[in-house]
Design a protein around this ligand. Structure first.
Ligand code: EPU
Length: 420
């Protein structure tokens, strides 16, 4: 890519990756055919589809209509293999539904990844409270229950997105009432609650920090439209700000991006809300903005690299604090190759804005790091080559064609060995 173009035009975001993957797992809870709408054409959906197939489902990803149709059999396999889990950590989200449906689930342990160590202790403790036993054997977490799970009172030490989902999906068909306190409140959690309720689950407190679940005997398959991807929408908003451009983002919910859009306004952008999205216009060089990542409704960690990219060309200096993932600053070394001035001290990054970055070959190490590097490349002088784009493919559908439509000078080149 060659930096310097002012991006202008319109994009539409699809359903959220981090919702769709969990909705696909939730489909396991009901025998029959579940249809999910507004599904992005991304690698992670393919991996999840393959996982569900190995569990015995028939899965059809219809790209044209952006839907996934999942036919779930009466009897499921209950093993999630390491070759898939290592490709996509979110595979762990089949743990709760498989335990609920089969009374046993063997899920390969994902280990850490490029953004941190990422424990599973809260998932496991929650399942144990619901009556399961859990052992770790040969790299697999094996959870099993003697008969139906039972309701319990569970308090999460931290509002973990994954642990909330695992416990919720196990509790919806448990015997009796489960109260889960200090749950995550991300829009993707609300989305899965809404789908589960449509399937027949009884859940109170949706969107609050306490969920009360009254277990039901069985759930029915449904058709469900995934919540729009707030992180993809937020990435486009930063693209408008960093390129001093003008981008209209359709199918986006401003309410899910409140802090991020306010930060862009502080940086100097004009943000206007539309019926089905928002428009971000930037006329000048952005001003630096401090960021502190926190669980929703705090500033999302999944937009942190994009805002570091923005700050790296902003007027002034900004302090960015990362509270979710300890290794999420790793990518700043790559940003440094483009000339960014970022100093890390523990979970704080001091970003001093430079008037100009300079293009270079860089390596994307995870989805959001990749997005941050693309944004930086859009404004770097000269040519930037981003390797490891398969990471970006995991979360952003059709990114390159969309960027080209908005005026970016970018192309995708296939190389056999992606390492620079
Ligand atoms: N944690 C534990 N123990 C647990 C669970 C979590 O220590 O049992 C820790 C994690 O190690 C991490 C923190 O708690 O430090 C937050 O983890 P959380 O469980 O909330 O995150 P997650 O479910 O693993 C999802 C998204 C992430 C997103 C986070 C936070 C999916 C597939 N992933 O991860 O998305 O950053 O919530 O919002 O939904 C991405 O899309 O790029 C991405 C990383």
């Amino acid at each position: 890519m060659v930096g310097g173009a002012r991006l202008q035009g319109e994009v539409r975001v699809t359903g959220a990756k981090n919702s769709v993957l969990k909705l696909m797992a939730a489909a396991l809870l009901a025998e029959g055919t579940t249809t999910l709408l507004d599904v992005p054409d991304i690698l992670d959906v393919e991996i999840m589809a393959e996982l569900l197939r190995r569990l015995g489902c028939v899965v059809e990803h219809q790209r044209q209509s952006q839907s996934v149709v999942i036919s779930v059999p009466a009897t499921l396999e209950h093993r999630a293999d390491y070759d898939l889990v290592r490709r996509m950590r979110a595979s762990i989200c089949v743990l709760g539904p498989l335990l609920a449906r089969c009374g046993v689930a063997d899920v390969a342990l994902p280990g850490g990844d490029n953004i941190g160590s990422r424990g599973l202790d809260m998932h496991v403790e929650g399942l144990i409270r619901l009556g399961a036993t859990a052992v770790n054997e040969h790299g697999y977490l094996i959870a099993s229950s003697n008969g139906r799970l039972h309701g319990a009172s569970i308090y999460l030490d931290f509002p973990s997105v994954g642990a909330t989902e695992t416990i919720l999906m196990a509790a919806v068909t448990a015997q009796g009432e489960t109260v889960i306190d200090n749950v995550a409140r991300e829009p993707e959690i609300v989305d899965i609650c809404q789908m589960l309720i449509a399937m027949g689950a009884r859940i109170d407190g949706v969107g609050s920090s306490t969920l009360t679940v009254l277990g039901v005997d069985a759930l029915e398959p449904v058709t469900h439209r995934a919540v729009p991807d707030r992180i993809v929408a937020g990435t486009w908003a930063v693209a408008a700000a960093i390129t001093q451009g003008d981008i209209t983002v359709r199918n986006a919910l401003t309410g899910h991006l409140q802090i991020a859009l306010e930060k862009l306004q502080i940086a100097g952008a004009e943000v206007s809300e539309l019926d089905d999205g928002f428009r971000v216009v930037m006329h000048d060089r952005p001003r630096a903005v401090d960021i502190i990542t926190l669980p929703y409704p705090g500033f999302p960690t999944d937009l942190q690299p994009q805002f570091i990219a923005l700050n790296s060309v902003a007027d002034g200096a900004a302090l960015v604090t990362e509270n979710l993932f300890e290794a999420r600053f790793r990518f700043v070394q790559e940003l440094g190759r483009l000339g960014a001035d970022v100093r890390i001290d523990g979970h704080h990054a001091l970003v001093r804005g430079r008037p100009q970055l300079s293009g270079a070959p860089v390596d994307a190490t995870d989805i959001r790091a990749g997005a941050g590097l693309v944004l930086a490349g859009l404004v770097a002088e000269g040519e930037t080559t981003i390797y490891g784009v398969s990471h970006i493919d995991r979360g952003y559908a059709g990114l390159v064609p969309d960027l080209i439509r908005l005026g970016a000078q970018i192309s995708r080149v296939f190389v056999t060995n992606e390492n620079p």
